[in-house]
Design a protein. Sequence first.
Length: 313
Amino acid sequence: MKKWLQEKLSCPECLHQESRLELEIQTEQADDVIEGQLTCTICGRGYPIHKGIAILLPEKSLPILTESKGYNSNGMLSSYLWSHYCDLLHDPDATDAYKVWSSCFRNTDGCALDIGCSVGRLSFELTRTHANVIGMDTSISFIRKARELMNQKQLQFDMIIEGQITEKQSIVFDNGWNYGNVDFIVADALALPFPQNTFSTVASVNILEKVPDPIKHLVGVNRVLDDQNAMFVFSDPFSWDEAFVDPEHWLSGQTEGRYACRGLETMGRLFAGEDGIFDPPLKVTAKQDVSWKIRKTENLWEHIHSQMMIGER
Ligand SMILES: C[S@@+](CC[C@H](N)C(=O)[O-])C[C@H]1O[C@@H](n2cnc3c(N)ncnc32)[C@H](O)[C@@H]1O
């Protein structure tokens, strides 16, 4: 964990008390803490830093760390590495999705947060325009790889062709990314471990439909986003699935009630201030459908239309 992160972090269990974390360093390399601990000055809970990765999960989310399925699986790693870096690999099937999402970023001396950053592409793009960038995800496998890319400035992975048959992919990055200003931590979108108003840009891309309480996620975004000169980069396919979110919590696609509508309509209402979720409200400055692909194997692809809406205040 890079040392500059310490002052941007707070305890995920003491969110409304704006706690600070004390840093104890056991081993370090240059500005990177390799082994150590962060300790909350209010509740006394300790958050480990192991092999350079800070784990800022609240107690109830800790079981995610040891899951070997889902987003921690080898298959997901291959899928998301392709999805994030396919254009740089010059794959003929590539999309330009991450270029579209990052085209809205504006130069600022503020800090950016990429929630559900996966293997880091959008976080790296954010380093072109922001003084500091934090990528966070609950998947330790994704965060480990994102930090490896950051440290090695190159990508190497075994892309799944079929079953255990893989093909080596590699690329040396040469994209003007600022590797010193970015870092990646394990943290939960429903317990954002940052003081209020920390970020001038927050990205929530393709994660709303994956968290069990989407409104809680948006309330958290509002808390950590600055009150002025701030941008919320939101995108989601609204492909609600009971496996991730109980239908009672879906924010669109219901057949009756206030969310019997399409996702972008709900987001427009929430950006405008409905229920005080975004306070101050956000002005919609851009909307676009982004064509995005996930490559599972040579023969299995997901084609996704992610609906982007940019809000500013
Ligand atoms: C559909 S993927 C999108 C990844 C990335 N934002 C993108 O668009 O390429 C969802 C991501 O959210 C992460 N995720 C799921 N639940 C999360 C949570 N509660 N907190 C943080 N990240 C979460 C997953 O590990 C995964 O990386």
